[in-house]
Design a protein around this ligand. Sequence first.
Ligand SMILES: NC(=O)c1ccc[n+]([C@@H]2O[C@H](COP(=O)([O-])OP(=O)(O)OC[C@H]3O[C@@H](n4cnc5c(N)ncnc54)[C@H](OP(=O)(O)O)[C@@H]3O)[C@@H](O)[C@H]2O)c1
Length: 322
Amino acid sequence: MQAVTLPSYGGPEVLTLAEVPAPVAGPDEVLLDVVATAVNRADLLQRMGFYDPPPGASPYPGLECSGVVRALGEGVTGWSVGDEVCALLAGGGYAEQVAVPVGQLMPVPAGVSLRDAAALPEVACTVWSNVFQVGGLRAGERLLVHGGTSGIGTHAIQVAHALGAQVTVTVGTAAKAARARELGADHAVLYKEEDFVAAGPFDVILDNMGAAYLGRNVDVLAVGGRLVVIGLQGGLKAELDLGALLAKRASVHATSLRARPLEEKAAICAATVEHVWPLVSDGRVRPVVDRVLPLAEVAEAHRVVASSEHVGKVLLSVRPPT
Ligand SMILES: NC(=O)c1ccc[n+]([C@@H]2O[C@H](COP(=O)([O-])OP(=O)(O)OC[C@H]3O[C@@H](n4cnc5c(N)ncnc54)[C@H](OP(=O)(O)O)[C@@H]3O)[C@@H](O)[C@H]2O)c1
């Protein structure tokens, strides 16, 4: 089969489409014919040599896909050859086939095309597990989403809005602020011109910036607030004012999805299907697809995501949907 390989680490030009051995579905795994995959910011880090796949995962990039079940490994029940699905992956989505632990398969929500379903697994599982399971966001609470037009941000806005939270986002441009409002954000802060602290306080913050925003995130947390750090685009290390945190009875969390044990990922996928898929099926939450490029143009897709000119997800088309 064809897959995007990394003969060396570096810029987008190192991404190389090559003939590689096809994967085999092991026990409790399902083999998929991939229809589409999506570029995540983490793939850029993997390409540069800063984010190796966890042990046992495919060496090829790609943290999610949509596709058709081609074969079932030993012990798999509940799925059939020919089923149309999407899946959360630890790697290997940039390929014609991928073997997936069965707990990470999800049905394609009603009303979503098989291709566009590739835009959902990573954002939906990340947002559900972090904003709702870790952050405990409830209806009526105030959520701040940094990077509101990122893949993650566009999904977080829609789900939080649909479930009755007030949503504020940070964005780099006025055009992105307008897109965020269209998706359901109540307020958008142009972070290059305004300080987001003035827009608070917030009960939950979903943060992609890490060190660069830690101090101001703590400043803008409400009493009992929960800061959930999922990205380190602004660095790894910063000083934390425990006095400020203590006075607010607030908490800071940091999590990553990719390296979690299979049982935890399966539980997150199941909770996402239970809580988020109905919102997608009834049209309140939609996949936000910025553009679709063929797998052969993966280097261009990485350039787009690196430049942050996109809104939502950049997809890679692997084969035409049947
Ligand atoms: N921990 C986990 O399990 C997990 C899972 C998935 C994703 N993530 C993380 O979540 C983040 C979003 O992922 P993605 O794939 O959706 O990324 P993405 O689409 O590439 O978006 C990155 C965003 O960062 C924004 N940004 C850059 N500088 C900023 C700043 N100073 N303040 C606020 N926003 C800023 C950009 O928006 P502007 O153009 O507006 O600057 C862009 O929208 C990444 O950091 C990723 O690593 C973590």
